[in-house]
Design a binder for this molecule. Sequence first.
Ligand SMILES: Cc1ncc(C[n+]2csc(CCOP(=O)(O)OP(=O)(O)O)c2C)c(N)n1
Ligand SMILES: [Mg+2]
Length: 554
Amino acid sequence: MKVNGGEAVYQVLVANGIETVFGLLGGSMLELYDAIYRNQGLRYVGARDERAAAHMADAYARVSGQVGVVLGAQSGPGVANLVTGVTEAQLAYSPLVAIAGMTTRDHQGRDTFQEFDQVSLFKSISKQSIMVPSAERLPEMLTDAIRLANSGRKGAVVLHVPRDLFAETFDMTEANAPSAVSGAAPTRSQLEQIKALLAGAHAPVLFAGGGFKWSRGSAALRSLAETLNLPVIASTGHADIMPHDHPLYAGQAGPRGNTVASGLTRDADLILAIGNRLAFNSTFHSNDYISAQADIVQIDIEARALGRYFPVTLGIQADARASAEALVEACAAHGGQWQAWLERFHADKAALLEQRQAEASDASMPLLPTRVLGEIRETLPRDAIATIDTGNACLQAADRLAHYQCPGLVAPLDFGLVGFAYAAALGAQAAAPERPVVAIMGDGGFGFTMAEITTAVQYQLPVIAVVIDNGAWGAEKAYQNEFFGGRLLGAEIESPDYAALAELCGAAGYRVDKPGEMSAALNSALQAGKPAVIHVKVDPDALSALRKDLFKKN
Ligand SMILES: Cc1ncc(C[n+]2csc(CCOP(=O)(O)OP(=O)(O)O)c2C)c(N)n1
Ligand SMILES: [Mg+2]
């Protein structure tokens, strides 16, 4: 088959099951755009910034379970704008393939227009950053990029394509799609060892991580929890791993988690950490969160993660879902010997839920973020997807939302990125058109990508943006208040009327500043079925307490 490079890329994407690509038009890959236009087999979503397009592709991958593809179609500036999005995806282990335009091979190394060392730039922030040397190698190298992004510990791959390759014609054999490889499970003897540890345990927990999301293992996790009858804790940013109202679910542990879940991992005598690196965000690398006395069984897809931060009794390199399914097969019903432990858990959880309930009906003025979050929790339908940012409001959101369908939460995770949630929500919506998608972020966070309201309107992505406006870069303002005598510099920000801005762009706009208004606005936005922005004015002083030891002043 005689094709040009643009057509070849199109064929390989489609053969690999890619259905949507995100990007921003640039002159370096017009033949690819033309192939997408002519063939009509790929949906294209064009963003207002390549960074936003990359977040969209990343979130698309997290929700759909497919590889996300972003086109940085302009060599130089268009590609440089991908940096934040590629780093975010890489640190979230999200399978992202960025196809990056590059100057023509003949012109390289001559200070050509829009030329910079883009291959090197991405090397340290991706799984691989590599240039395609010839048109004939495009199919093979793109197939490999998709495979690499999506295998083992998933991540971001950047494929740099000199612009002349898209136009060059060559003979391509039919694009072949590698078949998916299912995950390995623990061996019989490993399962026996886990059973022996369970037999001696009186305070066991299941500490589940993102591995369950990537392996689509949420149902397997639930049946494992029910078979063993033990509490389930989620690692940070993965609160959607179990249905919020499951009686065995404790929520997120760690510095950003709740006291009940953190108490369980701190006091457990056996921790089954599955699909979980036990990494900084969930554990602070500290025995304040992970019992030093507990036996730890750690199961992870990546051998390097096993025992890396906490010594383990048993480390198993295996897939999360396959492991949970094998354990359900191998284990009989349990629970008798840790009855007291379960009773403590149920009592603590009931007290926590009561506290959350009280927050949700707190009528204080000015409006408190916790009240707003409570109304969101109680109003969102069970199939909703929430995306969040980093920051003070989202720190409080992390444990105050409710998720019932996995994946249902898309968070910045380890990169701690502000300015992620809104663009991510657009990608999530593209992946799940039938589910309501809500982006929850601060006034600062929304500012980074608010131009994407126009993308939401143009591509009919009915995302609901909830902007929690405390007039500040709140998380940092809290530090200046706490450690620098309230000498605020750069902490305060002024926002326009986002509801009016939304309406100007063709979206629906709502203003909320009193208790009860959030539910009403959210219900109305859910009915409207078009993009919406809810501008919520909250108490500027309601910043949640931060751990002092997260920040040490010298
Ligand atoms: C890209 C980026 N820039 C800066 C920061 C540092 N930072 C962390 S939280 C935060 C405040 C975010 O403000 P806002 O989105 O309004 O949320 P709030 O904390 O006020 O709830 C900032 C600036 C960051 N994490 N990421
Ligand atoms: Mg703010």
